[in-house]
Design a protein around this ligand. Structure first.
Ligand code: UN1
Length: 512
């Protein structure tokens, strides 16, 4: 049995934790409000955290502004060295942090460790990147001139993260932002404040050892008021926000009104097309993990299966059989596949979606429901369920953050692609097929309209090396790998004249 109090001790979590930190200084707030973190695993209170006030927010921003003036002068590979040490510290704390993620958020222990592994991976990526912040050089049209571009840091990056990946999404943003020369202010989800505090304790030692100025790595515990302050604050050039489409629209409107930049990673409504030429046994793994992993609370969760009519009955019976084998229960017990939903509100929304689906005509081939009994005393454990639906049902068009899988039948691939694209969201997508023509069509310009499109892999579990994000209501942002770092920097075009005359561009003559 996992010893949670030992884990909390190792990670520096107390009964009452402080509202904000600018690195190694933990601030004392005058605000009376506190947030309690209750585990969805057993319903127990883990610890409480004070909530920062507007005054605290200003202290953090001012400290961050000062830190930026120093941090931007540190050579990028030296900044990378700090990120390398952060990766090492995460390796040392992988078990403890992964366990706390599992206990505070409710995902399986394996997935908790996997999430910390994503943090380690992005640190490794960022260390290499710190020597590769490349700009292009161009040929000037004028003689004895040189043109090139440089990438410079932009300042304070605000990071608003969601409960479902309570630590990895922060790490994707910070590791890149730091090597790019920026400073970060993190507002974690109110539902998972303790994992955030644990991360701050882990980085704290690295910051001290490297004499990094106070304010490079800031944490602020707050509610939506802090999110609004960040979004409206001209001292914050970039707001990176992960969460619901509703939240993203509010952030984007506020940041856009002041012509700031936002990086949005919002809802998904991801589908797998199961073709007539699919390897069905392999497809079952992708579909079931995609639908029930993290109890259906990933933005990349598989929400829809679009299945060819010729394999439909066979595939659905395999699927029903697989669902019958799922073990639901304490996520810290490695024998279980599925843990709880984050809280009772999530359970209510799961039940409401099932009702709405039935009202629109959905036929459940695996029934849902809330589990009761001693092992499920938190009231947050639900049964993953499966319904046959039409793609245009209102509920199918909507992202419900729960393990409800929708089945849709198709005849022609064009039709399947249109169904897959026929939702407001555009994050992740996949096709299961051994047919090269089908695979290539799915990946072509006439294919999936999503930011992520996979062949013979499910919709979730993206590696950090690729750019992560999606189109339409998913918000258009890209985080993590490829050249996603560019959004954390400003591009400057430089033209240098080493001639002894000053010729004008476009051949314009201007003699005095
Ligand atoms: C999220 O759900 O917000 O691709 C992120 C995946 C993970 C990240 C999901 N690497 O499923």
């Amino acid at each position: 049995k996992t010893n949670i109090s030992a884990v909390l001790k190792q990670l520096g979590i107390h009964d009452i934790n402080q509202a904000y930190s600018t690195g190694s200084n933990w601030g004392k707030t005058n605000n009376e409000t506190i947030i309690e973190s209750n585990s969805p695993v057993d319903g127990k209170k883990i610890a409480a955290v004070q909530v920062a006030s507007k005054k605290d927010y200003d202290v953090v921003v001012e400290t961050a502004q000062k830190a930026f003036l120093e941090w931007r002068k540190v050579p990028a590979p030296k900044r990378g060295e700090m990120v390398r040490q952060f990766g090492e510290a995460l390796r040392e704390n992988k078990e403890a942090l992964g366990t706390l993620v599992s206990y505070e958020m409710g995902k399986s222990l394996q997935e908790g460790f996997g999430e910390v592994q994503e943090m380690i991976d992005i640190c490794d990526f960022a260390v290499g990147l710190s020597r590769q912040l490349y700009g292009l050089t161009m040929h000037s049209e004028r003689p004895n001139h040189r043109m090139y571009e440089q990438w410079h840091p932009i300042g304070i990056i605000a990071i608003i993260s969601a409960f479902n990946f309570p630590v990895a999404v922060w790490a994707w943003n910070t590791a890149l932002a730091w090597v790019c020369g920026n400073v970060c202010i993190w507002k974690p989800s109110e539902k998972t404040p303790l994992t955030a505090i644990a991360c701050q304790h882990i980085i704290e030692k690295v910051l001290k050892a490297n004499e990094v100025p106070e304010g490079v790595c800031n944490l602020i515990i707050g509610d939506r008021v802090i999110g609004e302050l960040m979004s409206n604050d001209t001292r914050v050039p970039l707001v990176s926000a992960t969460g619901s489409t509703r939240m993203g629209k509010a952030v984007s409107a506020a940041v856009g009104a002041r012509l700031g930049k936002s990086l949005l990673e919002l809802g998904g409504n991801n589908a797998i097309i199961i073709s007539k030429d699919a390897d069905l046994d392999m497809s079952i793994i992708g579909a079931v993990f995609g639908a029930v992993g993290t109890a259906g609370q990933r933005c990349t969760t598989t929400r829809r299966l679009i299945i060819h009519e010729s394999v439909y009955d066979n595939f659905v019976s395999k699927l029903v059989k697989a669902y019958g084998q799922l073990r639901i229960g304490d996520p810290l017990d490695q024998n279980n596949h599925v843990g709880p939903l984050i809280d009772q509100d999530a359970v209510a929304s799961y039940l409401d979606s099932i009702e709405k689906c039935k009202a629109e005509g959905g036929k459940f081939v695996v029934e849902g429901g809330v589990l009761t009994g001693d092992e499920y005393s938190s009231g947050c454990y639900v049964k993953p369920c499966i319904a046959e639906v039409k793609n245009d049902y209102k509920i199918v068009q909507h992202e419900t953050f729960a393990p409800i899988l929708y089945l849709i039948k198709y005849t022609e691939l064009d039709e399947a692609i249109a169904l897959q694209n026929g939702v407001p969201q555009g994050l992740s997508s996949a096709i299961m097929t051994l047919n090269l023509r089908e695979a290539e069509q799915f990946l072509s310009a006439q294919g999936s309209d999503c930011g992520i499109a996979n062949v013979n892999i499910g919709t979730s579990g993206a590696e950090i090396g690729g750019a992560f994000g999606g189109e339409k209501e998913t918000g258009g942002g890209r985080e993590s790998g490829s050249d996603a770092w560019k959004v954390y920097m400003r591009r400057q075009t430089n033209t240098i004249n080493y001639a002894n005359t000053l010729p004008l561009a476009q051949g314009i003559k201007f003699d005095l």
